[in-house]
Write a protein that binds this ligand. Structure first.
Ligand SMILES: *[C@@H]1O[C@H](CO)[C@@H](O)[C@H](O)[C@H]1NC(C)=O
Length: 187
């Protein structure tokens, strides 16, 4: 059945006001679910050997020159300062795999599991190449850090034969499960 032109216009107006109404509802619902920005500098401590080693080589390479194919499992401490007695804020749990011929070609896949007062039990899911310095991508998160995305700039600060400290400059956006009108997470 053809709609007469005048009615068609009315029909269009009706449909568009319905869509605009739905958009307004979406905008109003934002205070219960809003994105939050996080900038936080932490420090990863990687201990390659000795009694306190926090990583272990699980798959050995058959390429002695490049180490290509080596897989190391890691449980690095993530600290609030680059010092042995600093507070542990999280653990960086995952693997790093020698995925290229150069010294810094380590593909790294981590869950950063928070355990301090801030973000306790929440995680960042992180991927990237671990060279001396570089960037990892934050590709997701859980609990308080749900829907996280961003980057972690990592910079080698200090290295000895057995261990090193990496500065982690975290810049992320995440969406806590519920926030109040001021963007503060509801408890
Ligand atoms: C973190 O959560 C665990 C498990 O729920 C709890 O046992 C621990 O006390 C919490 N730590 C802090 C610092 O809140």
């Amino acid at each position: 059945m053809a709609i007469p032109p005048k009615n068609a216009l009315y029909f269009l107006l009706l449909v568009s006001s319905f869509i605009l109404g739905a958009m307004a509802d979406l905008a109003l619902s934002c205070p219960s679910r809003c994105e939050v920005e996080l900038q936080w500098t932490l420090y990863a401590r990687q201990i390659g050997g000795g009694a306190n080693a926090n990583q272990e080589e699980m798959v050995h390479s058959v390429h002695p020159t490049t180490g290509f194919g080596t897989i190391v499992v890691n449980n690095w401490d993530v600290l609030d300062a680059p010092l042995p007695n600093a507070a542990i804020v999280a653990r960086a749990r995952g693997t790093h795999t020698k995925a290229g011929p150069a010294a810094g070609d380590w593909f790294t896949s981590l869950s950063i599991v928070f355990e301090g007062a801030r973000f306790n039990g929440s995680t960042f899911q992180v991927m990237g190449i671990t060279n001396t310095d570089g960037l990892w991508a934050i590709v997701g998160g859980t609990k308080e850090l749900s829907r996280a995305d961003g980057t972690i700039k990592h910079t080698l600060l200090r290295a000895t034969a057995l261990e090193n400290y990496r500065q982690l400059d975290i810049r992320a956006f995440y969406t806590p499960p519920a926030v109040n009108a001021n963007g503060i997470a509801a408890q």
